[in-house]
Design a protein around this ligand. Structure first.
Ligand code: HEC
Length: 137
């Protein structure tokens, strides 16, 4: 029974991971994906963006991506964020600022300002960044 050492170690690791997750889930911290997707739909993001990997299909009106000057720039699918966003020093803070029109992406502000609470915005940004990191693995 020399193998039990390995198994024992794995179990201990799993147990400590479980504990870590439980602690991480305590009050404010852990990003809530279900909530983020709800906010995404409720706050009209889905007018222009899809999140196809997370069950939110392509937006119905592609023309919604037209800006004030009438220039068309297709809104990207937000299942994952672009390298331009992910290379920011703090992608979560950047996405939050960008959606508050306080930061620019590729020299431009986002078309729509986020109208929800900052907690909603932060959670949504965290989920988007987390999902992008998962996909990159
Ligand atoms: C009127 C259409 C429209 C709406 C509504 C809209 N967006 Fe956008 N969004 C765009 C367009 C167009 C771009 C691409 C801008 C660019 O690349 O310069 C963009 C870019 C982004 C990006 C950067 C994506 C990347 O990885 O480069 C994020 C994040 C984003 N939007 C989030 C949101 C969220 C969250 C909402 C809802 C609160 C939302 N958007 C609502 C049109 C829209």
């Amino acid at each position: 029974m020399k193998n039990t050492g390995m198994v024992g170690k794995s179990l201990a690791l799993i147990a400590s991971l479980g504990l870590g997750l439980a602690l991480g889930a305590a009050p404010v911290r852990a990003a809530d994906k279900a909530k983020a997707l709800e906010v995404f739909k409720d706050r009209k993001c889905h007018d222009c963006h899809g999140m196809t990997a997370h069950g939110i299909g392509k937006p119905k009106k592609a023309e919604a991506a037209e800006d004030e000057e009438g220039t068309q720039k297709e809104a990207p699918d937000l299942s994952t964020l672009s390298p331009e966003v992910m290379k920011q020093a703090d992608p979560v803070a950047f996405v939050s600022d960008y959606l508050k029109k306080k930061a620019e992406l590729n020299g431009k502000k986002h078309k729509k300002i986020f109208k929800g609470s900052s907690a909603e915005l932060k959670n949504l940004a965290e989920v988007m960044v987390e999902e992008t990191k998962k996909k990159a693995k």
